[in-house]
Write a protein that binds this ligand. Structure first.
Ligand code: SF4
Ligand code: MG
Length: 330
């Protein structure tokens, strides 16, 4: 069956420097040749440290940031070829939930107006009375009391504001929601509630999610499949079970070793990565991860790893798993 979203060889490059330096064509390769599919009804988690390009990737899917090249097919339509007005329609079908809903909620408007505006912009509801009822239902469905519809964003807590942000996203009946760090600004105690709300709404509204977070335990909670990003590359992509039972990429292994085990019998050795994330302006040659990798071989310093499907649905970009290039012998 056709995927809801099919991303192929997506690249988002930003020029850096100005004046004469521009001529040297330096680019930040924020998203560097990424391919993946999202099936209807699933949640694809995207995890990686800040600056790895995961937010840029999310935004480029609906062209809030223009892709440099590659293909983004949504419901079979090539998004990169859409005109401005077609793009507007697409933006109802794909919604983003941001990390900080406060920044995207107009402080001058009541919750009722914010949600009502979303509905009327996309011609949902026949009149004001109908929209008022829809707003009440939306608030109910995200766990807020319709009695508070007349309040302003600042009158709500962080978690409640995120519920409002989520209500605004689902108001327009999207097929796909891209949630970009939707709980990372919230208290840990509130995070689980919001994650559960996402799960609940997914069933009620038959949603599909791309769920972006720097925190692997958050992504683990909600995802069916997980993609791991490092410096603009998707270094590993697998089903959640596959990934947690058999993390292949040394970077994934390090991320996982940082999650504390709840089982006292499982002794986990924390893998401490050497050094910091290198600058995306001058990423390391070969495998971007090589300066921090414990398994580094000589070839890793100058040969880019290919993406290999190690078992069905489990992809990794690392020379350790490439049986065709014999780099381990060198
Ligand atoms: Fe480490 Fe080499 Fe694999 Fe990169 S390709 S993750 S440097 S072993
Ligand atoms: Mg981000």
């Amino acid at each position: 069956t056709d995927a809801l979203l099919d991303v192929k060889e997506l690249k988002v490059y930003f020029p850096v420097g100005s004046g004469i330096f521009r001529r040297h064509s330096h680019f930040v390769k924020a998203v560097d040749d990424i391919s993946f599919r999202v099936q209807k009804g699933e949640t694809l988690g995207i995890v990686g440290e800040s600056g790895c390009g995961k937010s840029t990737m999310g935004r480029s899917i609906l062209r809030l940031i223009e892709p440099t090249s590659g293909s983004v097919k949504f419901k079979g339509h090539e998004v990169t070829a859409l005109t401005k007005s077609e793009l507007r329609r697409l933006r109802a079908d794909i919604q983003i939930v941001f990390q900080d809903p406060y920044a995207s909620l107009n402080p001058q408007l009541t919750i009722e107006s914010i949600l009502g505006e979303a509905l009327s912009t996309h011609q949902i509801g026949n009149n004001a009375k109908e929209r008022k009822e829809m707003v009440a239902e939306l608030l109910n469905n995200v766990g807020l009391s319709p009695r508070h519809a007349g309040r302003y964003p600042h009158e709500f807590s962080g978690g409640q504001r995120q519920r409002i942000g989520i209500a605004r996203a689902i108001a327009v009946n999207p097929a796909l929601i891209i949630a970009d760090e939707p709980v990372s600004a919230l208290d840990v105690s509130v995070q689980a509630q919001i994650l559960n709300l996402f799960q609940h709404l997914k069933k009620t509204y038959e949603l599909t999610y791309i769920f972006i977070a720097h925190d692997l335990s958050v992504v683990k909670h909600v995802s069916d499949r997980i993609g791991v990003m490092y410096l603009g590359k998707m270094v590993e992509l697998a089903g959640k079970k596959q990934l947690f039972q058999k993390p292949l990429h040394p970077y994934t292994q390090a991320l996982m070793s940082a999650i504390p085990s709840l089982d006292p019998d499982v002794k986990k050795e924390r893998i401490i990565l050497k050094g910091d994330v290198p600058s995306p302006i001058t990423p390391p040659q070969g495998c971007h991860f090589h300066p921090r990798c414990h398994y580094r071989m000589e070839a890793c310093e100058h040969v880019k790893p290919r993406q290999i499907e190690v078992e069905p649905g489990h992809f990794v970009s690392c020379h350790l798993y490439d049986t065709t290039d014999n780099l381990t012998e060198k």
